[in-house]
Design a binder for this molecule. Structure first.
Ligand code: OAD
Ligand code: ZN
Length: 243
């Protein structure tokens, strides 16, 4: 990390008043949650079209649920890491703050973040396919697919699958914050999935300073004001640590 570049970024962070953070699977990597597109990423070994679409669920709800139950068991063992804590610290330091996460693991909230929009949903929440009832269930389901207590239809994980839209309120809240922030920090996302992939450009268009942290170059790397190649846990912690 170039120290001069970092001190410029730190100054920009200290001066900012309205901060937005966008995170992806990379911020949970240091907690042991698998990413999607990395070398050991989930989409290297599993086909998203067979596991993360509505058609897949209609075709084989047991298979989809088995995969989600496996991921839930894996994530249950994971604890927040310094990236999550640095971001929850930012929320305390800035009066205007919004965290937009594509992660469904719930680790940001576990680390104390409360101003957070989970644009791809939450893996601990389930939703009825028919009546729309939704609730948190952190335990395992014995019988798959689980059924709705109200109407007996199948319950599904309340996450956004390929081909589905982001819930309107989540998207509106995100766009509003991105249009008014003076700093956007993008961390641990490959930048291939829309609409999050356009958020950096959206904020830059509105004159926000944009910083990005990733262990590899991303499609946005050349466009942002400050790009830091490295682990988000280390870089974000340094950004919020003593002046
Ligand atoms: P990806 O798996 O596509 O990308 C993870 C990014 O994190 C990669 O660019 C890595 O280089 C980076 N990374 C890994 N470890 C890191 C670390 N310690 N510090 C910083 N960066 C690190 O995950 P997302 O961009 O989140 O959607 O993927 C977006 C969406 O695609 C997901 O929400 C999911 C997926 O399909 C759905 O399931 C709808
Ligand atoms: Zn129901």
């Amino acid at each position: 990390m170039d120290p001069l570049e970092f001190s410029r970024a730190k100054k920009a962070y200290n001066q900012s008043q309205k901060v937005c953070v966008l995170t992806g699977a990379g911020v949970s990597a240091e907690s042991g949650v698998p990413t999607f597109r990395g070398t050991d990423g989930l989409w290297k070994n599993y086909n998203p079209m067979e596991l993360a679409t509505l058609e897949a669920f209609r075709r084989d709800p047991v298979l989809v649920w088995e995969w989600y139950q496996w991921r839930r068991q894996l994530i249950r063992k994971c604890a927040p890491n310094p990236s999550h804590f640095a971001i929850s610290q930012m929320e305390k330091e800035k009066e205007h703050f919004l965290l937009i996460t594509q992660n469904v693991d719930g680790l940001h909230k576990k680390a104390g973040s409360s101003k957070v929009v989970e644009i791809h949903g939450n893996i601990w929440e389930v939703k009825c396919m028919s009546c729309g009832a939704n609730f948190m269930e952190e335990g395992d389901f014995e019988k798959l697919p689980p059924e709705c207590g109200k109407c007996s239809s199948f319950l599904r994980p309340n996450v956004v699958w390929f081909g589905e839209s982001i819930p309107r309120e989540a998207l509106e809240t995100s766009i509003e914050a991105l249009s008014s922030c003076d700093l956007l920090i993008v961390a641990g996302t490959s930048g291939y999935v829309q609409p999050a992939a356009s958020f950096a450009q959206m904020a830059a268009k509105n004159k926000a300073v944009v910083m990005e942290v990733n262990i590899e170059k991303t499609p946005n790397a050349e466009l942002v004001d400050h790009f830091f190649l490295g682990k988000s846990g280390e870089i974000l912690s340094a950004l919020v640590s003593e002046k």
